[in-house]
Design a protein around this ligand. Sequence first.
Ligand code: GLN
Length: 497
Amino acid sequence: MTNLTSLTIRQALDGLKKKDFTATELTEAHIKASEAARHLNCYITETFDHARKQAKESDARYASGRAGLLDGVPIAMKDLYCTEGIQTTAASKILEGFKPPYESTVSGNMFRDGAVMLGKANLDEFAMGSSNTTSAYGNVINPWRSEAEPDKQLVPGGSSGGSAAAVAARIAMGATGTDTGGSIRQPAAFCGITGIKPTYGRCSRFGIIAFASSLDQAGPFARTVEDCALLLQSMAGYDPKDSTSVDRPVPEYFKAVGQSVKGLKVGVPKEYRVEGANPEILALWDKGVAMMKDAGAEIVDVSLPHTKYALQTYYVIAPAECSSNLARYDGVRFGLRENTDNGNLNDMYEATRNAGFGKEVKRRILIGTYVLSAGYYDAYYNKARRVRKLIWQDFINAYQKCDVLLTPTAPTPAFAIGENTADPVTMYLNDIFTIPASMAGMPGMSLPVGLSADGLPLGLQLLGKPFEEETVFKAAGALEKAANFTALPQSLMDKAA
Ligand code: GLN
């Protein structure tokens, strides 16, 4: 039998349909691979028995000709998605032991379509971070190593680091992530895989633990553009339980992959050529532009003049929303409670929140509370909201001239674990290319396009107009074909040899 863990989702679905193998065999192969890769710490909770049960049910559906869009496909679920009866932690101590009594809409959609869940994937605590080092359950290790320093362990990016590392390490065929300021696109770039954040409102946020509600959006990771399209098709859709979910039909996204980009207008925003940028990243960007041109696209120069304020604005709005969203963790309703001897309720709140939240989460709550305080609300929060509108307007203006934008995904390749942690601002800079589209609610996809001199994956980002994910998939399909990225993490090459 072929190596089941190296198949794409599309290949696996074809194989299942043809009865080349069963969903149970496919799941067992991924469980075995997951066990062998435990050192990467991709999962906070493994749900292998649950996966076996789901695979068995999937096999029954194949036998009776009732298989769904993702039937039998083993995936990792970011541990920010509430899964009924299965521990959901948001990588925080404060939610340890929390078993949601309900299912998130997106995970429910995927199970409806037959997906098999291998485990709850590790992440930065409450999705706050860019390196998966703020998790209360330990950091995730990127399966890639640099050729120059092969002993150094690298971060998978964040916050959806466990999801991205699992897909890159071939222990899951796909995964869910969430992206508030880049948490799907940046880890996809660091791990050499594809990931898409759809338009805000495309996927329901119901049952996804909230970080910054006006920015949070669900999306998938996979190893090909087409696989991402299949996953998104299952995840997306209107949900009356989320007032910001948008009632539009979900297209068959995979049909856009492989379509010609002849005449497609690809915008190149000059403001993304930031001073002091990594020359390797800039060279890759130029290469990507040339690839799109060769494929028949028309390249246009565009300007997004407020890009330089996006990061600052994000770090006012996201903490403001997080301070409000995280107020609910008080020791009464969910998870952890620190009892104090004096019977004082306020002391219990304080002790619980102090013990339950990590440093980065506390930092954000403090910033958020400050920018929302009566004296500073106008100076910071309201001003940030106004700048956000200008950032959105930049995109609308640019999209008068082009259909998609092409930019780098991240300013560097994956860095070492422990690097960039002393100074939070250096860490925040990692999202410089992903945050503007988050602020504007636009869809964005990252895909691997090349390797650094050290042999680490580098990604490019395609941004699209609201609800035009199909155009993003079409452009991404063309770029994927031209880039022909086939490199594998060192550990997998050793195995293949
Ligand atoms: N790295 C960004 C942050 O720390 C974005 C995180 C995300 O998209 N969830 O807030």
